[in-house]
Design a binder for this molecule. Structure first.
Ligand SMILES: [Zn+2]
Ligand SMILES: [Zn+2]
Length: 580
């Protein structure tokens, strides 16, 4: 993710209004009146289900007791129900499955809500309905009709590989929506987008404008004129002209994102990239009851700036906490031809030179200096690297920092690590570096990775979960929302099946068991963020963060995992999502 999560991109996208969210007076939540209960009796008992602790030495149970927001006991129906007093709420699970709440290891709250509320949906099935340029134009026209005349028209989520034309839209295409209002159609990978002529004019982009460092202004090979497509750092030439969002808009987006995630069974979200303003906004939203999930914030910004980063590692509490430094996209996205590979892309798009391997957003020596400063300052570092050349550079930087400052329990991570090679996994194991995999790529772009971007051999090895498991390399899974919709069960289904959109299996050797993938969505993600002591598994004393599913994903037929429903989501003993 670049548009939303690089420091400059995030600021452009969110318009610098996050600080105003904290300053705006949001109504505070009324203090909950605690019901009197006999000493030691649970607040709530969940019984009659399959309770899956995902903790060593703890077999499945039938019931669980919660007191004061924490788990107090797990066991048989008989034993746990015997703890209940008259005031204890009793929830009959009716044979359903209760798991530790899902930990979303990397996404971009409040962007999913923001896009849902204010942007045209340009995504293709099964997420949206756009199958060609005409659909895309129609969706933007509908959005334009609902907005003020002349105002910016924003769209999110097109994917040129899923459009009938097999190409990006152009400025001329978007001019059919409006010749006067500026338009920005963002790619679903978040690393690029297309501006119409009015937006290019507003940004002052002409055939004479040079590519900015770490970005590309796509040009018509015949005329040299910009096509409208802007990649990576070039996106901000346009996005910085978009109007700032109001605090009320941002708060509405946070509320919508919180609801989407809760409905997906998420109890902790990791916000991949933000500053002190984001931290303040998260706390304001939490105080107002807008943010009911727990949030871990991975900082971004310039660690080499005088004074370093504004917040130390670990600032906060178990609701909102600074958890390392993250994303700070080093390379781009494979399906956008901006991931940085050691070997050329399999099939090149028009205009790309022979042997093209992608590129990075900033130089390797700057990466190294940043990692060095962050490691010295005690941050857990989790940087975005998709292409294997980018992963090489990142591991070089991690290794240099460890060598210089000494090995510690650093839990550094590679974000996405999409094309990590076997030797890189071994090197990660040796350095104590872990990974968070975006395994749903096997479904959403698996066919294109095999046929277009990477070729069959490399595509079969993307998101190498089984190889990581064989090396005992702990990893988490994520969906990078808004890149794809938040659904840990979809990630679980992809990890177990690796089925592509066309129904083929991409790299069957890298499939893992549901039990293994569940760990990646719970306890191993908690461990990566130094929170395995209070969440990620069901054990007495841990936070009562729970997800109730309609069926046990370990025992349903593997292809049915994506049909399992999230019935209830509980954060700290409070139900934040409930479906009958
Ligand atoms: Zn990323
Ligand atoms: Zn991201």
């Amino acid at each position: 993710m670049c548009t939303l999560c690089s420091d400059h991109g995030r600021r452009a996208f969110l318009g610098g209004s996050l600080a105003a969210v904290a300053a705006a007076a949001l109504p505070a939540l009324p203090a909950a009146a605690a019901a009197p209960r006999p000493h030691g009796a649970p607040d709530t008992v969940y019984h009659g289900g399959t309770v899956v602790p995902l903790a060593p030495g703890r077999p499945d149970a039938q019931a669980i007791a919660v007191t004061g927001g924490r788990i107090t006991a797990i066991g048989s129906d008989r034993r746990i129900r015997a703890l209940a007093a008259r005031t204890t709420e009793q929830v009959d699970l009716r044979g359903t499955t209760l798991l530790p709440g899902f930990i979303d290891a990397h996404s971009h709250l409040p962007a999913p809500g923001l896009i849902g509320l204010y942007w045209a949906d340009l995504s293709s099935p099964p997420v949206g309905t756009v199958t060609g340029i005409a659909d895309l134009i129609a969706a933007l026209k509908t959005k334009a009709a609902a907005g003020a005349p002349g105002a910016w028209i924003l769209g999110w989520g097109y994917d040129q590989t899923l459009l009938a034309e097999g190409r990006h839209p152009t400025a001329a295409d978007l001019d059919q929506v409006s010749a006067t209002a500026p338009i920005w159609a963002a790619h679903t990978n978040g690393h690029m987008g297309v501006a119409n002529t009015a937006a290019l004019r507003l940004a002052g982009i002409t055939e004479h404008t040079p590519d900015p460092p770490g970005g590309v202004i796509a040009r018509d090979p015949a005329t040299g004129r910009p096509t409208g497509l802007l990649q990576e750092a070039a996106t901000t030439l346009v996005t910085r002209h978009q109007p700032a969002l109001t605090p009320a808009q941002l708060t509405a987006a946070a509320r919508a994102t919180d609801a989407l995630y809760a409905a997906a069974g998420v109890t902790t979200t990791v916000v991949a990239g933000g500053g002190a303003d984001t931290y303040a906004a998260l706390n304001a939203w939490r105080a107002a009851g807008v943010l009911r999930l727990r949030a871990l914030l991975m900082l971004n910004g310039d660690p080499l700036a005088p004074g370093g980063l504004p917040l130390p590692e670990g600032t906060g509490d178990d609701r909102v906490r600074v958890s390392g430094y993250g994303e700070a996209v080093y390379d781009g996205s494979i399906q956008g031809y901006t991931g940085y590979l050691t070997q050329p892309y399999h099939r090149l798009a028009d205009g790309l030179p022979a042997g093209y391997r992608g590129y990075t957003n900033y130089p390797a020596d700057l990466l190294k200096r940043r990692v060095d400063a962050l490691y010295a300052a005690g941050y857990a570092i989790r940087l975005h690297a998709n292409g294997d050349a980018a992963i090489d550079d990142l591991l070089d930087a991690y290794e240099a920092a460890i060598a210089k400052h000494g090995r510690r329990d650093h839990r550094m991570r590679v974000e996405h690590a999409q094309t990590a090679r076997p030797d890189q996994l071994r090197r990660m194991r040796r350095l104590g570096v872990t990974a968070s995999f975006f395994v749903s790529h096997t479904y959403y772009w698996g066919d294109q990775h095999r046929d277009v971007f990477l070729g069959p051999e490399r595509a079969a090895r993307i998101s190498p979960l089984r190889s990581a498991q064989r090396l005992n390399l702990r990893h988490s899974l994520h969906l990078d929302s808004p890149v794809v919709p938040m659904s840990p069960l979809q990630a679980l289904w992809s990890a177990v099946n690796r089925t592509t959109r066309s129904g083929r299996v991409l790299g069957p050797a890298e499939r893992v068991t549901p039990a293994r993938a569940l760990r990646a969505l719970t306890i191993d993600a908690a461990w990566q963020h130094f929170h395995d002591h209070d969440r990620g598994s069901l054990e007495p004393g841990k936070l009562a963060d729970l997800t109730v599913l309609s069926a046990d994903p370990r025992t349903v037929p593997p292809q049915r995992i994506k049909d399992v429903q999230v019935l209830r989501t509980v954060v700290g003993g409070t139900t934040v999502h409930h479906r009958d």
